[in-house]
Design a protein around this ligand. Structure first.
Ligand SMILES: [Mn+2]
Length: 336
């Protein structure tokens, strides 16, 4: 296992760094990339962010995100001495970029906090991996500090975005003392947290709110109230003039129900049935998601079924697997 010191030595020596992240980059992924791209572009070093596809649509109005270009399948990768991938250790999650990255033969470094699959380890020349880190942005910040870099205003906002995104705006159990301390430091350096919140989290289209309502209204409780499941298909959404691009708001609502330990939202995106899972107890939803070919973290994971999957059958199979997982960890049946 390599660590931040090996990585920082390699970064110091690199003149052209290409940065990338997972498909549909979220706030942690894009925040980490912008933080590093801005901070590393000193001493004549050039940095460039190239994403496999469009980021999370909520990030559309986040101006520093415009530093990130989208890869057009077929085009050559920009010249680089080092590829730095943030927020995934799975090359497959680079989507359309995975194949050109493999073919380039350039050194690859990864900064990530997702559970590392043994099969993925060999894909990286350098690995800065800490599954206990609340956000990849925190690892990126530590790396910038190791390198003695001075993040500018955009880099500070990017770091704050990364922390806020992966801690559910500082509410989840991963909101560690280090997260609070760094968030305070960033606000002290001038980050306008309320403006960032408005720009990223308060920009839902009206149809998305109708989609949240539709999904939440039909949710069911299973496993004696320990599992909350909501499923809404594209036809019902379309009929109501609603959409549900992201399940976050529905997940938050279901998670707020007393006694619920695991929540699952089954919905469709780009014609594929997918599910988002959250756990606030001992159930490892990453394991459950992986059993369906998905993945993520212990407490937050997702999966996408193959094209043509029937949404109702997918939801039923997932609910069965989650009920089994809940039974395996025991507990429930009333609180003391
Ligand atoms: Mn992350």
């Amino acid at each position: 296992m390599t660590g931040p010191s090996d990585l920082s030595a390699r970064i110091r020596a690199a003149r052209r760094i290409l940065l990338s992240g997972h498909q549909r980059a979220d706030g942690d992924c894009l925040g980490s990339l912008v933080l590093l791209a801005r901070s590393l572009a000193v001493d004549g070093r050039r940095t460039r962010i190239l994403l496999p596809d469009e980021p999370d649509p909520r990030l559309r109005d986040w101006p520093p995100g415009r530093l990130a270009a989208r890869y057009r399948p077929g085009e050559a990768l920009p010249e680089h001495d080092l590829l730095l991938v943030c927020d995934t250790s799975s090359l497959a999650r680079l989507g359309a970029l995975a194949e050109p990255v493999r073919a380039s033969g350039r050194p690859r470094a990864c900064i990530d906090h997702h559970p590392l699959a043994a099969a993925d380890r060999g894909d990286w020349d350098l690995l800065c991996h800490d599954p206990a880190a609340p956000a990849t942005g925190l690892l990126a910040w530590r790396l910038a500090a190791t390198l003695g870099l001075e993040p500018d205003a955009a880099a500070c906002e990017a770091a704050f975005l990364a922390l806020a995104a992966d801690t559910g705006w500082f509410r989840h159990a991963n909101t560690s003392p280090e997260v609070w301390a760094l968030a305070a430091e960033l606000v002290g350096r001038g980050v306008d947290s309320a403006a960032l919140y408005r720009r990223v989290w308060q920009r839902l289209p009206a149809a998305a709110v109708r989609g949240v309502g539709l999904a939440a209204a039909g949710f069911e409780l299973r496993a004696g109230g320990r599992l909350a499941l909501a499923a809404v298909g594209p036809e019902r959404l379309a009929a109501a003039g609603a959409e549900l691009a992201d399940a976050d708001e529905v997940l938050d609502l279901l998670r707020s129900v007393a006694g619920v330990e695991v929540v699952a939202v089954v919905h469709a995106r780009a014609g594929r049935v997918r599910a988002s899972l959250r756990s606030r107890g001992p159930v490892d939803v990453n394991e459950v998601a992986r059993s369906f070919g998905g993945g993520g973290h212990r407490n937050a994971a997702g999966l996408t079924w193959p094209p043509g999957t029937d949404p109702a059958a997918a939801a039923a199979a997932l609910a069965d697997r989650l009920e089994t997982a809940l039974a395996a960890v025991g507990g429930g049946g009333g609180n003391p």
